[in-house]
Design a protein around this ligand. Structure first.
Ligand code: SAM
Ligand code: SF4
Length: 326
């Protein structure tokens, strides 16, 4: 699945639902949001059918995401089905339902998970997610470590909100084998983004350098994260610099939304419906191929890293993050 820039797409991210049990303001639209009715979501068998088509075309890594993938009632069934495919299966979750689903995870082919946690302070967690669930998420991370999962912790850094905690997250990697990923705040429809809330890759590294010496770890060409290690620390940290140093050149990702639309980029304006054609018994492969061939060079063709300070998030033509699948 090669695009016009020679990039081969072998990593599929599947959103299982746009529903979520948290309300992170940077992810959800500001106005009241109605979650998509179940009948319009891909059913478990449809997810499996589409996933197999992608695997036949060379996909060797699948990430399940959302919304919150683990709030879906049949999440266990979907994880079990996709575990049988010859892919590296992974999951991005807010962690709140990990404990209930631990037996499913242990039985699955998943060995590495991304857990989102933007603060180590329970009151700030409540403010950012509008739900009092800090302890549950923190305990989920400990539980996964006890069961030897590879745990990456995603922290979206926002100026004046949680940027004062960057060093606390790095300190956490000293004693525990967690892999913290600081994510630059990205603009989506209605998410109160402004460029002055972005803490850049360079600013993050400057803050960490006030206390620690660190070494860059070798990067793979498809990596979105620039990773670092501090001598003597069990874990590592990394920065996902979508805004100030994008990694579009090595992009190998495509995304399937929970309602069965293929997006060739997180920021793509257009999307290709696969679900309705699949339900009508039509061929979806030509649709997938033309979607990939229409992929823009950088950031969905909507902005560039050099002009990100001029972005007005409302002018970006896209869904909100929760409906794309991060
Ligand atoms: N509910 C799951 C979770 O929170 O991990 C999976 C879906 S969530 C949309 C996936 C990732 O996108 C999370 O790590 C979240 O922090 C990140 N994210 C959401 N909105 C974002 C934004 N505006 N900028 C940067 N990252 C964002
Ligand atoms: Fe839900 Fe994840 Fe979005 Fe937070 S970031 S609202 S947990 S989907």
């Amino acid at each position: 699945m090669k695009d016009t820039f020679g990039r081969i797409h072998n990593y599929l991210r599947i959103s299982l639902t746009d529903n979520c049990n948290l309300r992170c303001f940077y992810c959800m639209p500001e106005e009241d949001y109605d979650f998509t009715p179940v009948s319009r979501l891909m059913q478990a068998e449809e997810i499996e059918t589409l996933a197999k088509i992608f695997v036949e075309q060379g996909v060797n890594k699948i990430r399940l995401t959302g919304g919150e993938p683990l709030v879906r009632k049949d999440a266990g069934k979907i994880i079990a089905a996709l575990s049988k495919l010859p892919v590296k299966l992974t999951l991005t979750t807010n962690g709140t339902r990990v404990k209930e689903l631990l037996p499913v995870l242990l039985d699955s082919s998943i060995r590495s998970l991304n857990i989102s946690l933007d603060t180590l302070q329970p009151e700030r967690f409540l403010f950012m997610t509008r739900r009092d669930q800090f302890a549950k998420v923190y305990e989920a991370i400990q539980l996964l470590l006890e069961h030897h999962f590879y745990v990456k912790v995603n922290m979206v850094v926002m100026k004046g909100l949680n940027d004062t905690e960057i060093l606390d997250f790095v300190e956490w990697t000293k004693t525990q084998p967690i892999h913290v990923r600081f994510i630059e705040f990205m603009p989506f429809s209605g998410n109160r983004w402004s460029s002055n809330k972005v803490v850049s890759l360079q600013e993050i590294l400057d803050i960490i350098a006030t206390k620690y010496e660190f070494d860059a770890l070798p990067n793979d060409k498809n990596d979105t994260a620039k990773a670092f290690h501090i001598t003597g620390h069990e874990g590592t940290f990394a920065v996902i610099s979508t805004m100030t140093a994008p990694f579009c050149e090595g992009c190998n990702r495509i995304r399937l939304t929970a309602d069965g639309k293929l997006k060739n980029c997180l920021f793509s304006k257009t999307e290709t419906d696969l679900l309705q054609p699949l339900r009508r018994g039509e061929e979806v492969l030509p649709l997938i191929q033309s979607c990939i061939l229409s992929k823009a060079k950088e950031l969905g063709g909507q902005f560039t890293a050099t002009n990100f300070e001029q972005i007005i998030s409302e002018s970006i033509d896209n869904r909100s993050m929760i409906t794309i699948g991060g």
